[in-house]
Structure formats: structure tokens, C-alpha cells
Design a protein around this ligand. Sequence first.
Ligand code: F6P
Length: 326
Amino acid sequence: MDTSKSFTIGVLTSGGDAPGMNPCIRAVVRTAMTHGAKVLGVVDGFEGLLNGEFRPLGARDVGGILQRGGTILQTSRSPRFMEPHGQREAIRHMNEVGMDGLVVIGGEGSLRGAYALHQQGIKVIGIPGSIDNDVWGTSISIGTDTAMNTIMDAVDKLRDTASSHHRAFLIETMGRNCGYLAAMTGIVCGAEIVLIPEVQVSFEEVAKTIEEAYKRGKTHAIIINAEGSGHRTTDLAKRLDDMDVGFKTRVTILGHIQRGGSPTAYDRLLASRMGLKAVDALLAGKSGVMTGLVERGIEYVPLEEVISHKREANFEYYEMTKVLAR
Ligand code: F6P
């Protein structure tokens, strides 16, 4: 489209960093350049937008970042941007530099911010980037696959010690209010039990499951506790030890290690596809949509729908963890 010659696209990363944000920025820049459009990187997410912190990004500026975790643009959670005053400042700065459209890469809160700008007439495309995989409208977000692989590597190592010492390891995963990371890694790491925010499980049930695993002759037990499950990991461990369920317990809270590291091939591909589709959308005059992975294709899903739906847990996978723990 010819008008793309003078088109200037802003790109920002917002909320918790997620592995794959860099390949996504790279795809945005290089797709834009292919169409003769310019790109301005916004530093520090929405904070940078309302402070007017922009930096031109060319093809060489995004060289060598495909394999890097984190985000070269840096990120923030910006309560100021959620206020009308903050959004007004942001729009003022965008107008000053002649920004014609914006790509927002981030999780649920960031996509809400993107929608707020769209409602005020700014052309915005959202891209789901969050290890939590809690965004509705896409089967997976950028960063989730890498985080799952990081958790799997950690649990595989912990299992070596767990089985050598006949221990139960309680491993806490991130995910805020979403049990996706815990349930999926429960399957791929062979957990005895998985605790997620979407399903309430009593302490007694946890204790019974672990004691029965001991009686069945298991050499170790893996308990994956999602951070929002309602059980504090250290309390669970203490109570299990006090009660004596066969195994002695140890606790590992994986924490922010889950957010770092080089993106997997899957995340690099997903990020590249979504970055390209986001620029295509802006140049075609679209706004107020998110790039979502729907079946095997990248579709444009209205941001209004994305932010008004809560992603449901996949109970089939949750049930699977129980069957496979025999
Ligand atoms: O949304 C990503 C996430 O890592 C959540 O899983 C976690 O609850 C939260 O961010 C942690 O936030 P912070 O980086 O501010 O500690």
C-alpha cells in the first residue's frame, strides 16, 4: 500500500518480560522496513509512551537479538498510564513525533492499555506476550513455551535429587491467577499432584495423594504448586513433614528464572509470525485487534473481546496429570 511510505509505527513491550519479545520487535521492525515504513521503539512500555521516550529502530538495531531473552526496549507496569491523564500525555507525545500506529506486546493488562488507546482513535495492534498464558483469544502467548521448558529443565534436575533421597519436592511455579504453567509442566514432568488456582484442593487431599504414592513404592514425589493456588508452598511442606507422609519434603520456588533465557524455537517462530502480522494489520488500516494463534493460523481477534473474557483452565489437561501419576 503506497501510503505506507510515510507511515511511522511505534512498538513497545509492557508488563512482565517474556522470552520472545525480542524476536517480535525484530519482526515488527523488519516487516515495517520491507514496506517502507519507519519504526520508533518506545522505551519502558507505556511509561516511555507517556514520557515521550522514543528511539528510531532500523534493521541493524534489531540484529543479534533473535536469541536473547528479556526485551531490548525494556518494560514496566505503568499505573500512571491507566489514568486518563496518563493516556492523554501519551497521545500528545505520539502526535508530536508523528506516530501513525502502535504495536503493543504484552499480557492482559497491557492489552487493556492498548484497547484504551484504540478507543481514543489511535491505531493499535496488540500481541500477546506473557509466560502465564492467561490471555483469551490465542491458544498460546509469546514466552509461555520457553517458560515451560525452563520449568521442565529445573524439575528434571530436582527429580534426580528427589529420587536419590526419597524426597517429595514442592516446586512453586509462576502464573499469577492462571494454572496453565503448573498443569502443563505437571504433565511433562510427571508430577504426583498439581495445584492450580482454578481448582480447590484441600491439604488432606494433597497429603493422601503423596502418602499413597509412597505406599505404591515410588522413589520420590513431585508436587507442582502454582503461585495462585491458595496454598503457600512452604506451609504445605511443613504440614506434610509434621504429618509424616513417607517422604521428607524440600521446597524450590522457581521465581523469575521462569521469565528469563533464550526463547525456544517455538517462541521465536510465534513471535516472528505475530510481529509480521501486526505490521500487516496496521498498514492495512486495522486497529483494535490482537494477533491470536487460532488453530494453526494467526488471526485478528478484537481487543474488546480479548479483555472482556477470562481464559478458562483446560480441565482435560488437569485431569490428565492425575491419570498419569499412577
Ligand atoms: O505475569 C508474569 C508474572 O511473572 C507472573 O507469573 C507473576 O505473578 C508476576 O509476573 C510477577 O511480577 P513481578 O515481575 O512484578 O514480580
